[in-house]
Design a protein around this ligand. Sequence first.
Ligand code: ADP
Length: 463
Amino acid sequence: MCFRLIAITIVLAVVPLFIMRGTLLLNIQDKLWSERIESIERHSSYLASQIVKLNYFDGENEIIINNLISQLDSIYDGRVVVVDENFTVRKDSYSRINDKKVITPAVIETMSGGSTQPNYDKIYDMVETVVPVTDGGGVIRGVIVIDASTQDLTGTYQSIKLVSALVAAGFSVILAALAAIIGRAFTKPFKNVARSINRISEGYFDEEVHLKGYAEIETISDAFNAMLKRLKELEDSRQEFVSNVSHELKTPLTSMKVLADSLNTQTDVPVELYREFMQDIAVEIDREDAIINDLLSLVKMDKKAGDLNISNVNINEMLELILKRLRPVAAKRGIELVLESFRTVSADCDEMKLTLAFTNLVENAIKYNVAGGWVQVSLDADHKYFYVKVSDSGIGIPEEFQDKIFERFYRVDKARSRETGGTGLGLAITKNIVLMHDGAIKVKSKEDEGTTFTVRIPLEAAP
Ligand code: ADP
């Protein structure tokens, strides 16, 4: 990001800056040279007019004109050559070619009435202009050739070039530095987020990020902290779950070990005791098996709704079947199971999973009931949902535990749950199944009076 910002600054600001400097330099160069040429031409024209006026070519007033010529010579630090119409040099300020013939193309062209462009000589850094000497009747009487040095212009131009290069370079450095500072200021919060994410990847869930500055960054920071909180909760619940699982799985093993050890340490153990202890061990094995089975169901239910095996299910028939299966269990304690259907309901759902969910509820209603009590299951529906109520005349759940009973391994009365073969996972499984179906589950209970679980499930599965 930082480097990209510097690159963008260079493309958008520094490159145009240098292009601008180039054009400016060209303009300045053009202006400097054309002004110099204009001035030379003005002076030459004046000299030409004086040559004609003072009849220089006829040998008159030579001192005045020669004075003018040497003035011009010193102004332009160059050479002034006056040529007459016979191409004979009448005056060379260098006195080298006096009275010699000059037939350069520029002189010939000017003499014959044409005009020539000033000629710039790069090597000697000079400009040569040729101006005609025309009399009052428009007849060309000769030409003036001035070779003027432009070294002073080149000097000025070079120093402008140098200063502008320094200014542009200075600007570029300042701009790049600014881009780097801004880039860093922009990227710093993102780097902090990245650092926090890395810390989380390493397993540290306890660090929050606090980013200030721009509203967007603060939004990201808040969203990030919310996600972090959720991760922390998940991690805590995972750790608690693992420790609960270990504990639950160890309990039957410990009992078995105690039973086996007491048999092993005793000599001459009667067969009856052996049998009794072995039966106890078998009970513990069944318990271990039940826990493992429930755990496996729970792990399966932890997956997403996409794992549901949806079909159109007749809920009345499903509930009847559940009650039919559980009636013998209820009968053992003289508990009556009743189904009350207000209408025929069919819904898109996972039959196996819902059967397990409602079986858990009815089983609990039997387990935590009083001898000779009753369990009532009712089914109703509106245009969107169906509702299953499982009410019992049992021991009830104290208010303070009602929120907790859906947690994994939570039991109000451990001893009672153990006696009845409970694992503490039944309601967790039921709740997961209901949530997988986009449904809801509620409990209402009064101690020593009874409990009612209400389940609401949509009639149509979400697409
Ligand atoms: P468990 O295997 O112990 O029955 P559950 O997850 O099914 O585990 O239930 C958790 C706890 O909720 C039970 O141990 C019990 O204390 C309480 N509970 C569940 N259903 C009822 C009910 N119908 N009446 C009274 N208590 C209940």
